[in-house]
Each structure stands twice: as structure tokens, then as C-alpha cells.
Ligand binder design. Structure first.
Ligand SMILES: Nc1ncnc2c1ncn2[C@@H]1O[C@H](COP(=O)(O)OP(=O)(O)O)[C@@H](O)[C@H]1O
Ligand SMILES: [Mg+2]
Length: 357
């Protein structure tokens, strides 16, 4: 847990310069991709190099940045140190053949018999690649909750898989040797080769798992919206993360409608009331979390400029535009505008200082 009082921004997270792995997750459609991309944009301003990885089969980093990404890290246009990649967490729907370990057809067969291991191996492969690339910070735009939690459980799955292979080794050793020769496996005992590969993978995954459990290196940012289902899902997520010993102390509540923007709309007024109820519950339940409110905008958040603008509110609380009024209300209006501008100047000065540092 971060030191100090919880604040209503992600500033302390951005200031945590040793942080290496940042997971961003929550229910589908709440704004995970938007918020993780925004966070990556803010991190790129203060960290040497940042990589954002989407592990959601419904990739939309490309949509958010309006730039096509692939499974190799690509520089995001408009940046010198922000990279993005989209990986396929389901190797059985393509991509599996490209994995080094899957070249061995027997291992592929075997993997098929252990639920979740193909996914775990493909994840391990990605992590191996990412580790050698040496980014200072890696942001994960994760798939909806269930999927993400499985991903965090991969080291356990791999360990189980390995012990299953070991128990099969005795019984199948001869057969594997024959198959290996038939497939032109060359020298050496293929069983040993397979074991070696799996052990190598397990090693990497174990190391990564240690890092994931270190709150100085890893944290999980929960994204949600102020509605019942999302509150419920967030609580489930927070509890599961505790079970996996993964730090989490930041919540982004996205798509918040501010009362000042309601105008005369009965519909919006009702939504604001509903949202307020759940906002209160979030603040009650997570009083030791940094909780950031992000505004529901009239437009989708797409493209680097929109993301840059939106992402500022991860650090500086959003102030809705004050409706035009006459008389004494004008004073309040100007005050709010001055405050918003001051906040923005402060954030920009900070950015400048960091860039110069
Ligand atoms: N605060 C917001 N205001 C307006 N549109 C938003 C906001 N947050 C997200 N969106 C839009 O909603 C859609 C879904 O958001 P996205 O980040 O892709 O969700 P997820 O990754 O959780 O499925 C996108 O089109 C995005 O631009
Ligand atoms: Mg998404």
C-alpha cells in the first residue's frame, strides 16, 4: 500500500518510479483501454520507456490510439518512448504455431490435455520477450475480470502442468523417444528437451510471479463505473487480488456525470442521482484507496490528442465547465475557471520540470 493519505488522483502511482508492472482491469466496456492508454500517456512523460500491452482478445488499443498495433511493440505516433502491442491470450485461435515450444508436436498434444496451460505458456512467452526488451514500465490493458484473474494464476497452472509431465515421463518416456526420432528430433532425449523447455518457462514465470507480488514493482488499477454491477465486480476483483497477493490501491471511476453538466435533462438528473449513490458506496468501501473520478465526455476518447487531454484528469481532478450565468454567479464561475486553469498550469509546470530533470 502506498504511503500517505489517499488522494483523488493517480499522482502517487505516476510518482512511484520503481513500479514496473501496472495492470489495469475491470468489467467490459467501463473504459479499461481508455484509462490504461491514458495512464501510459502520463507515464511516458516521466518514465524512460513505457510499453502498453493489450491482453484482451477484443483488442482496442489500435482504436483508442487510431493506429494499428501488432504482437510486436510499435512506437506510438507522437511519442518517442511509448510503445504498444496487442497479444493473443488464446493461442489456440491462431498464433500458437509461432511459439517456440509449440514446435514440438508432442508437447502441443500434451499441453492440450492440461486446461489453461497453452494460455499460460503463451503468456510466459510474451513475458520472456517483454523482459528482454527492458522497458522501464509495462502497462497491461487486460481482458474483463475473469480472464485477468486467470492470467495472474498462470504460474500455479504451469507448476501443475510441469508436475503432470513429470509423472507422465516414466510411463511415456520410451514412446516419446520413438516419436522424437520419427519427427526428426535429432540428438538427445526429447523428454529431457521438453522438460528443459518447460522448466525454463517455469523459471521465468516464477521470477515474474515474485515481481507481481512485490508492491514496489507491481500494482493493479481497478477501472469501474458508478453502477451496481461494476461496484460488485470491483469488490470481487479486489478480493481476488488479495488472494493472489497482488497490490491494489487505486480505483478509477469512469464515465461520471457531473451535476453541473445536466442542464435541464430529467434523464441525466436521474443518472446523476443513481451515480451518486454508488459513488458514496465506493468511497465508503475503499476509504484507503486513491479514487479518481473521470468524466463521461460527449465524445468517445479516441486519438493521441483526446487521450492526452483526458489523461490529465488522472492527475488533476476534473472541473466541469461552469454553465453561463449572470450577476453574482459570474463570480463563482470565474473562480472555478481560474482554479481549473491554475491546476492545469501546475500540472504542465510539473511535466516541464520532469522533462528538464
Ligand atoms: N469517460 C468517457 N467518456 C466518453 N467516452 C468514453 C469514456 N470512457 C470510455 N469511453 C468510450 O467508451 C468506449 C469503451 O471504452 P474502452 O476503454 O474501450 O472500454 P473497455 O476497454 O473497458 O472495454 C470507447 O469507445 C471509449 O472511447
Ligand atoms: Mg478494452
Amino acid at each position: 500500500m502506498a504511503e500517505g493519505q489517499p488522494s483523488s488522483s493517480l499522482q502517487s502511482l505516476v510518482d512511484q518510479h520503481d513500479l514496473k508492472w501496472i495492470f489495469v482491469g475491470g468489467k467490459g466496456g467501463v473504459g479499461k483501454t481508455t484509462c490504461s492508454s491514458s495512464l501510459a500517456v502520463q507515464l511516458a512523460a516521466v518514465r524512460q520507456s513505457v510499453l502498453i500491452i493489450s491482453t484482451d482478445p477484443a483488442h482496442n488499443l489500435s482504436d483508442a490510439f487510431k493506429q494499428k498495433f501488432t504482437k510486436t511493440p510499435t512506437l506510438v505516433e507522437g511519442f518517442t518512448n511509448l510503445f504498444a502491442m496487442e497479444v493473443d491470450p488464446n493461442p489456440d485461435v491462431g498464433g500458437m504455431e509461432q511459439l517456440e515450444w509449440a514446435q514440438d508436436s508432442f508437447l502441443t498434444e500434451l499441453a492440450g490435455s492440461i486446461p489453461g496451460i497453452d494460455e499460460a505458456m503463451s503468456f510466459a512467452e510474451v513475458m520472456k520477450q517483454v523482459q528482454t526488451l527492458d522497458y522501464s514500465c509495462i502497462v497491461f490493458d487486460t481482458a474483463p475480470t475473469g480472464h485477468t484473474l486467470r492470467l495472474l494464476n498462470f504460474p500455479t497452472i504451469l507448476e501443475k502442468g510441469l508436475s503432470k509431465v513429470m509423472s507422465l515421463k516414466g510411463a511415456m518416456g520410451g514412446l516419446m523417444g520413438q516419436m522424437g526420432r520419427m519427427l526428426g528430433g535429432g540428438d538427445g532425449d526429447p523428454t529431457e528437451q521438453i522438460m528443459g523447455k518447460m522448466e525454463g518457462m517455469l523459471d521465468i514465470v516464477k521470477k515474474i510471479n515474485e515481481q507481481f507480488k512485490d508492491p514496489d514493482l507491481t500494482t493493479f488499477v481497478c477501472v469501474c463505473i458508478p453502477e451496481f454491477l461494476s461496484l460488485y465486480e470491483t469488490e470481487r476483483l479486489v478480493q481476488e487480488l488479495a488472494k493472489y497477493e497482488i497490490d491494489t490501491h487505486n480505483i478509477v471511476i469512469n464515465q461520471v456525470i457531473y451535476p453541473d453538466t445536466v442542464g435541464g435533462s430529467k434523464l441525466l438528473e436521474a443518472r446523476v442521482r443513481m451515480q451518486q449513490k454508488y459513488l458514496d458506496q465506493f468511497y465508503d468501501l475503499y476509504e484507503d484507496f486513491h479514487i479518481v473520478k473521470m468524466p463521461l465526455l460527449e465524445e468517445e476518447v479516441r486519438g493521441v490528442d483526446a487521450l492526452k487531454l483526458f489523461s490529465r484528469n488522472l492527475l488533476v481532478p476534473y472541473v466541469p465547465p461552469v454553465p453561463r450565468q449572470v450577476g453574482t454567479a459570474r463570480e463563482a464561475e470565474l473562480k472555478a475557471e481560474v482554479k481549473a486553469l491554475k491546476d492545469q498550469v501546475e500540472a504542465l509546470q510539473k511535466e516541464l520540470r520532469t522533462l528538464r530533470a
